[in-house]
Ligand binder design. Structure first.
Ligand code: NG1
Ligand code: ZN
Length: 532
């Protein structure tokens, strides 16, 4: 059982401030100086989660992704490398808001009772962190929580978020039929690089890509990965790789900046015809971009990546003679209308739309044999069901062409990080596809033209009064708002707009798209005024 005295003594060292903490879509996330008590309790919770699952290894990642350097946060990773089970988000929130030793012990007891925890198998927790200066002290708070709750802690050091997810899955599947890989950072690079080399064999060498790493953890990790790849096979120039200068992380750089500003990051001057991409601060998001001959910036976001991946996999499945495998795409309401049109009409791929937040996309994607999921902001991956993996593994080829396709499909399942969105792995997938198609970014971009779109953040008195349904595309409260919104939208060609409360910021987001830039801007402003 738990040593109550130990928890009591340790909790006195991590006083809880008067803040309402919520474990949301991004875990806990806020200004780092408010997070000491939260990390301590995340330690206790991770231990409880592991006890609950008979000692299976749980992960904790300390990061605030694309958010400013002063922020930080923590997310729990479940045994298969997936996000924490939703029911436990409530326990996380409960514990975080317990303000003294008595309330903490009470919250712990209640979690133990509600989930039926037994302690005999022990608890194992691994953790990693990004490049933020606040990580060192938050790691100590986390360790205090883990030790107080009697878990065995293992510090994996500086990691990208997807690397930590990978490690958790590897550890928990080691020695089973389902083994995911070597549970080391090196194992991760070897798995990715081997698959990448297989897929690039015999394909034209691409010109070097320029990768903006947002001055975050992606920079040293990509540099490490490059050691496993011969320059003649593939080369990358890393920009925004300064992880030591204070204030640089995510500053005017990274996937979120490029997506929201629709322009190149600081430190990348776009030469027409070349390829560029950006990771975010913890390297789980990816967007591509390029300049055309006139020097005009073009973004290839998560929707474009999903379209590219889905088409490629469908073709490969056909060539490999495993047509029984169905491919589907999962999007959110933020997906550009043109992308949805392209996928459903032109490619005849089933598309589902779900609530914002990767866990929703991930779960929906599991319903397909091959589920391609991406948020427009570049967070996503491809999931292969156990049956699909088995078919791909066991099918025997009848022709050399089929043999090659099967080999490539197998390598693709190894290349893609199936635990969570992974900027490095996703980038390698895109690079493979461009090499196979012999496409430039511009040729890839020609699949469809994005409708002009605008995302507006509206600060309101109380964002929680905004309630939605239909995958967030319809407002149900305040009453009457949707009818007013519909009336406005109907005045615009190809108009679409929706309103929802952000899960990560104290604001309401208004999304609008329409046939032209001007119409889009008018539509966005009109709807924002409706909300305000
Ligand atoms: P919110 O703040 O709930 O809109 C944002 C992103 C999500 C997701 C989460 C988690 C947009 C419009 N929203 O959510 O897609 O990435 O952060 O980081 O990009
Ligand atoms: Zn991120």
């Amino acid at each position: 059982t738990l040593d109550q005295q130990k928890i009591r003594a340790a909790s006195d060292l991590h006083p809880t401030p008067e803040v309402n903490f919520v474990y949301g879509t991004a875990g806990f996330r806020m200004r780092a100086d408010m997070l000491d008590s939260v990390l301590f309790k995340v330690g206790i919770l991770a231990a409880l989660r592991s006890y609950k699952l008979n000692g299976a290894t749980i992960g904790v990642m300390i990061t605030a992704s694309h958010n400013p350097e002063e922020d930080n946060g923590a997310k729990l990773v479940d045994p298969r490398g997936e996000m924490l089970e939703q029911a436990w988000e409530v326990y996380a929130t409960e514990l975080a808001n317990a303000r003294d030793a008595d309330s903490i012990l009470k919250a712990v007891d209640s979690i133990v009772a509600q989930t039926g925890i037994t302690f005999d198998k022990g608890a194992n927790v691994i953790y990693g962190y990004d490049t933020r200066p606040s990580c060192a002290s938050l790691v100590k708070a986390l360790e205090d929580g883990l030790n107080a709750a009697g878990a065995k802690p293992t510090n994996f050091g500086l990691k990208s978020t997807p690397q930590l997810h990978y490690l958790v899955r590897c550890i928990n599947t080691a020695g089973t039929n389902d083994a995911y890989g070597e549970p080391t950072e090196e194992g991760y690079y070897i798995k990715l690089s081997e698959a990448f080399k297989t897929l690039m064999k015999g394909k034209p060498t691409l010109s070097p890509i320029t990768v903006d790493c947002a001055n975050g953890v992606g920079a040293p990790k990509l540099a490490d990965f490059l050691k496993y790849i011969d320059h003649d096979v593939w080369a990358a120039n890393i920009v925004n790789d300064d992880i030591n200068t204070k204030g640089k992380l995510n500053y005017n750089a990274g996937a979120d900046y490029v997506k929201t500003q629709q322009k190149a990051p600081l430190g990348a001057t776009l030469a027409p015809g070349e390829r560029y991409c950006s990771f975010d601060g913890d390297a789980d998001r990816l967007v591509y971009y390029y300049a055309d001959e006139a020097g005009v910036f073009h973004l290839l976001d998560g929707d474009k990546i999903a379209g590219l991946a889905a088409m490629f996999i469908m073709d490969l499945v056909k060539s490999a003679g495993v047509d029984s495998i169905n491919v589907g795409v999962v999007q959110t309401a933020y997906a550009n209308g043109s992308s949805t049109q392209y996928l459903t009409k032109q490619c005849q791929v089933p598309v589902s739309c779900v609530n914002t937040g990767v866990k929703h996309l991930h779960h929906e994607a599991e319903k397909y044999d091959v589920g391609v999921y991406f948020e427009a902001n570049g967070h996503g991956t491809v999931l292969f069901s156990p049956e699909a993996l088995n078919t791909i593994k066991t099918t025997e080829s009848k022709t050399p062409a089929q043999n090659t396709a099967l080999k490539q499909l197998r390598a693709l399942t190894e290349l893609i990080n199936q635990t969570v969105g992974d900027a490095l792995s996703d980038m390698l997938m895109v690079e493979v596809i461009l090499a196979h198609r012999n496409w430039t970014c511009q040729e890839w971009d020609q699949a469809y033209t994005d409708l002009p779109n605008r995302l507006v953040k509206v600060v309101v008195a109380n964002r929680y009064i905004f309630k939605t349904t239909n995958a967030e595309r319809t407002v149900v409260e305040p009453e009457g708002l949707q009818a007013e919104l519909d009336a406005i939208v109907s005045k615009y060609n190809n108009g679409r707009s929706f309103v929802r409360a952000s899960g990560t910021e104290d604001a309401v987001r208004v999304y609008a798209e329409a046939a032209t830039r001007t119409e889009t801007d008018y539509l966005a402003i009109a709807v924002a005024q409706l909300v305000y």
